[in-house]
Design a binder for this molecule. Sequence first.
Ligand SMILES: *Cc1c(COP(=O)(O)O)cnc(C)c1O
Length: 422
Amino acid sequence: MFMVNEVNCIPMLASIGVNGKRVTEIPKDTGIKDFIKSILLSHPDSTKEPFFVLDLGLVKFLMDKWTQNLPSIRPFYAVKCNPDPCFVAYMASLGANFDCASQAEIELVISLGVSPDRIIFANPCKPESHMRYAASVGVRITTFDSIYEVEKMKRCFPGCQLLIRIKAPDDGSAKLPLGVKFGALPHEVEPLLIAAQSVGLDVVGVSFHVGSGSTDCTAYHSAISAARDVFDTADKLGLPKMRVLNIGGGFTAGPIFDDAADAVKFGIQTYFQDRMTGLEIIAEPGRYFAEWPFTLAANVIGKRVRGELIDYYINDGVFGSLSCIPKEHVAVTIEPLIIMALESDPDNPNGSGSITHGSTVFGPTCAATDMVAKDYQLPDMEIGDWLVFPNLGAYSAACASNFNGFKGVGISTHLVYSNNHS
Ligand SMILES: *Cc1c(COP(=O)(O)O)cnc(C)c1O
């Protein structure tokens, strides 16, 4: 067991006003699971409620990696992906800007001391009251893709600067495609630019989103090409020169990020080489920053054995922090954390851990759809053991509900800072 070295907050985090939250420094070569085990063993009588661990060291690593790969593209973190205030505050301290889609998201970011010129109101269809609020606090840049929005913005968002949101031509391979809901089609661009011009609103650039969890990097290439067509349309209409290219989100951390970054750079070089002067390129990554740094721990609260098959019931599920499972049709990784066998037999800390069984893991609600994993190989566990879910920060807690009376909203988060990343 390692020693936990508690530093009372990373100074940057304290300085921007997330008070009272400790950050535990995790030594090199110690995993988050070891940290979780250490807190469970040092607080055996704790409530056994599920909790998150947020690794700020990993957030820093991801930001450095972004800057290395895409040095000239300013990231506007998409708050909807995970609005955890400590996470958002730490992102702010690292220099991130923010993509907000609602009044509450803008309020959160402003409350952390971020100036409004670091916020883009990136929702093409905005409630009027939210627009009035944005205008009142000095947010200026927003997106649109409909004639009807132009009239609303004219009335409720005076002085706003617009990015026209276009539909990315190839968003089919994404985990969560977004093109069904938003994005102007090629033949709609010209009337939209003219409509904005006619009411005196400036369209300063173009935005798109290739879909969340995109696996096809060529989607960026075709979308950047489509964006260039819009710049040319504005020129043809004699409108002021466009100067902002917003390549949206869709990035995933890991080797696939390097490929996506290469595709973006290649696309920009191919289609914008002659327009680089004065061009500002921004992005709205959500998943890229939020997915890896969060780890969830949930407690085994029930068990059923039927022959070879074992069912476990845990105290978080698809209506809570594991809400990303049904939406994205992806399997999560589960790491069992055996605590009970350890108490009964300290010499055998893995319990009967070497033998695994096909297991089903259910969440706590009475809905049959509350299934976290099926046919997952797990060691024999007891009620009171824990399951650890790494890389669970994207569209997880953000979409949680309190369905059936099980608390999914606002479960606690431990802050750690690890130095394991290179
Ligand atoms: C959701 C969203 C994002 C973030 O997408 P990721 O795939 O998580 O990177 C960015 N921009 C807009 C407009 C969004 O709606």
